[in-house]
Design a protein around this ligand. Structure first.
Ligand SMILES: Cc1ncc(COP(=O)(O)O)c(C=O)c1O
Length: 405
């Protein structure tokens, strides 16, 4: 039976060579490959700085903690953060585990992201506005949030914005890449994403101080933050500038409280091979979405097909059941899986549908109708770059067979 996965990663000769090069170099922990990947990715997104970390979740957490330590930014632990209820759980978990209080506003039913209207509506209605500190939009499935308007709202209230771009490598919004539109942004290179490296994440920013703080946070807040360590050449700027104890060692002197979020040379080496194909990957996925939309349009009385936008970098092919009384998501997913087409739910509405957040269920019940609906009735299948025309044809045919058209 044909198998259509949500994502795929091909390890070819170039990938093998890249990993072997790392092994031959004798250094597997962070070094030159990680620095090269950071430079390449910052250039691709269009930001001045990029700091690689161990995962997309680590990127969110490092960025959040860095904001707390950044004196020029008014973000305090314990404050409220406007975010989306419809996302992979990492977005909310990162907030909660770094000491923030997520506040969820509803999403657009066609692009699945929070909107300036839902944000404004919420902020206009609250009486504790001074308890809010930043906005954390997620460009879900590659669809960009309306960052110009969201940034305007943030500015009006004195908040900063932090884009979770884990699902939007290469999406363009008004001529700029998502991830370059706010104070800082995070990406994931987990295997299911458009640029893959097994595991790994990155934070991008134009703020030099922010980048330096994130570098420290990812290494337990240690004083070292040189781009390349030069101790082996007898040079350590930190050591020279330090006027305190004689026996000072910057690698083991910690000025902030952080984590170990460092990554490895292997992942960066794989990431570099992927970056060479970034535009091709985006283009292939976009073409596949177009093809599937054309093939499946006869089913548009029962399925809401993904909105096609020629500047979106699609993470997958999201579908919404129009009337669950006529066609249930559970049955459709089951039938597709039985015929070899992998499916995944569109994450579930965090405060009302995720057990880990059941303490919020009462507070949010009935307040997030779009996210609630999508959480129960939306799912996605693959549109990845390795799908061939016969795979796409198979998807179209299978949907038609199962739905009975
Ligand atoms: C929107 C979003 N944010 C954050 C993450 C976390 O990334 P990672 O799995 O690399 O920790 C993901 C992962 O899928 C994601 O989809």
């Amino acid at each position: 039976m044909r198998r259509i996965f949500v994502g795929d990663f091909r390890i070819g000769e170039e990938e093998k060579r890249a990993v072997n090069e790392v092994l031959d170099s004798g250094r597997i922990s962070e070094g030159a490959k990680v620095r090269e990947f950071e430079k390449t990715f910052a250039k691709y997104i269009g930001t001045r700085y990029a700091v690689a970390v161990s995962s997309g979740t680590a990127a969110l957490m490092a960025g959040m903690v860095a904001m707390i330590y950044h004196e020029g930014i008014n973000v305090k632990r314990g404050t409220k953060v406007i975010t989306t209820p419809l996302t992979y759980i990492a977005t909310s978990n990162a907030l909660v585990t770094t000491g923030f209080d997520p506040v969820y506003v509803d999403v657009d039913p066609h692009t699945f992201v929070i909107t300036p209207e839902t944000i404004k509506q919420h902020l206009d209605s609250v009486h504790d506005i001074d308890r809010y500190s930043f906005i954390l939009p997620v460009h879900l499935m590659g669809y960009p949030c309306d960052m110009d308007e969201i940034n305007k709202i943030a500015k009006r209230y004195g908040f900063v914005t932090f884009e979770d771009s884990a699902q939007a490598h290469g999406t363009v919004y008004k001529g700029k890449k998502t991830g370059s539109l706010s104070l800082l942004s995070s990406f994931s290179f987990y295997i299911a994403h458009n640029i893959q490296a097994g595991e790994m994440g990155i934070v991008v920013t134009n703020d030099a101080k922010m980048a330096r703080i994130i570098k420290k946070i990812k290494a337990h807040g240690r004083m070292c933050d040189c781009p390349i360590c030069r101790r082996s050449q007898g040079k350590c700027p930190r050591l020279r500038s330090y006027k305190g104890e004689d026996d000072f060692e910057p690698r083991f002197t910690h000025e902030l409280i952080g984590y170990n979020f460092k990554t490895m040379e292997f992942q960066a080496a794989l990431g570099i091979t992927q970056m060479k194909r970034a535009d091709w990957i985006t283009e292939r996925r976009r073409e596949n979405v177009k093809y599937l939309n054309e093939g499946l349009k006869v089913l548009s009385d029962v399925l809401q097909l993904p909105k096609f936008i020629d500047t979106v970098s699609y993470l997958a092919y999201p579908i919404v059941i129009k009337d669950p009384r006529r066609l249930s998501r559970k049955t459709l997913r089951q039938e597709l899986e039985e015929r070899g087409i992998e499916t995944r739910p569109l994450f579930g509405c965090i405060p009302t549908q995720q057990p880990a957040y059941s303490h919020l269920k009462k507070e949010y019940e009935g307040k997030l109708p779009n996210a609630d609906y999508l959480g129960k009735n939306a799912f996605y299948v693959g549109c990845h770059q390795y799908l061939k025309e016969e795979d796409l044809e198979y998807i179209v045919k299978t949907f038609k067979d199962v739905i009975g058209k």
